[in-house]
Design a protein. Structure first.
Ligand code: 6PG
Length: 223
């Protein structure tokens, strides 16, 4: 809510990018119910997704579809303020469409008020996966990715570090013992953003908050 209030003070709207996966689902459920539902400025909120699987919006693996079922269908957000990626399109079309949506909303792309990110057990975030970083990650706001992870759809589009790192606030939500090794490597290991993509999220003048549970944090040094 604080991020929303700061955003409204800043520019009269709250622009947020959400994550897919399992971790944020309880959060979406909480936001869909009182008291949090009633505290959010839905009429001034714009929702995007930090990445999307290239499946139709009604597909079980669609991040938009998941968020709609858990949250957006239950809150008074104007439909025109829900900016989904064209998951039913091919990669080239989906990248061009989402790039155009971002530019139309706020040229050349928005400086998001809040970006919610998850992290995989391999240290990926959004759909930025381990391996050589294409140059488009530092020039373009959105790129296409093919990645096999836990049997999920491999064809995706994703926000790039170029876009993510401009956000006013970034929140990582990471839970589960299977994330512990990656979390330690990302936060306390040697810099290796090819191996640990979450390390590519290094905003200059904004805040990164890590919300982690004790299982995911079990290898972190006591502070
Ligand atoms: C997605 C997410 C992805 C996710 C991680 C963690 O589309 O799946 O954007 O980056 O956050 O894979 O997924 P879990 O929360 O299911 O562990």
């Amino acid at each position: 809510m604080q991020a929303a209030n700061e955003a409204l003070m800043r520019h009269g709207r709250f622009t947020i990018a959400l994550s897919g996966g399992g971790t944020p689902q309880p959060l979406y459920g909480l936001l869909s119910q009182s008291p949090f539902r009633d505290q959010m400025p839905w009429d001034k909120t714009h929702v995007f997704w930090g990445d999307e699987r290239l499946v139709p919006p009604d597909h079980a693996e669609s991040s938009y579809g998941l968020t709609a079922r858990l949250l957006l269908d239950h809150v008074p957000i104007p439909p025109a303020q829900v900016h989904r990626a064209l998951g039913e399109g091919d990669a080239v079309t989906a990248v061009a469409d989402y790039t155009a949506q971002l530019a139309h909303f706020s040229p050349p792309w928005p400086r998001f008020d809040l970006i919610l990110l998850g992290m995989g057990h391999d240290g990926h975030t959004a759909s930025l996966f381990p391996g050589p970083m294409p140059p488009q990650e530092i020039t373009d706001p959105v790129i296409a990715v093919t990645a096999n992870y836990d049997g999920r759809p491999a064809q995706r589009i994703t926000f790039t570090p170029r876009l993510i790192n401009e956000a006013h606030q970034i929140v990582f939500l990471v839970t589960g013992a299977n994330k512990a090794q990656a979390l330690h490597a990302v936060l306390f290991g040697a810099p290796d953003p090819e191996q640990w993509p979450a390390q590519r999220i290094q905003p200059r003048d904004s805040r990164v908050t890590w919300l982690v549970d004790t299982a995911a944090a079990q290898l972190l040094p006591d502070r």
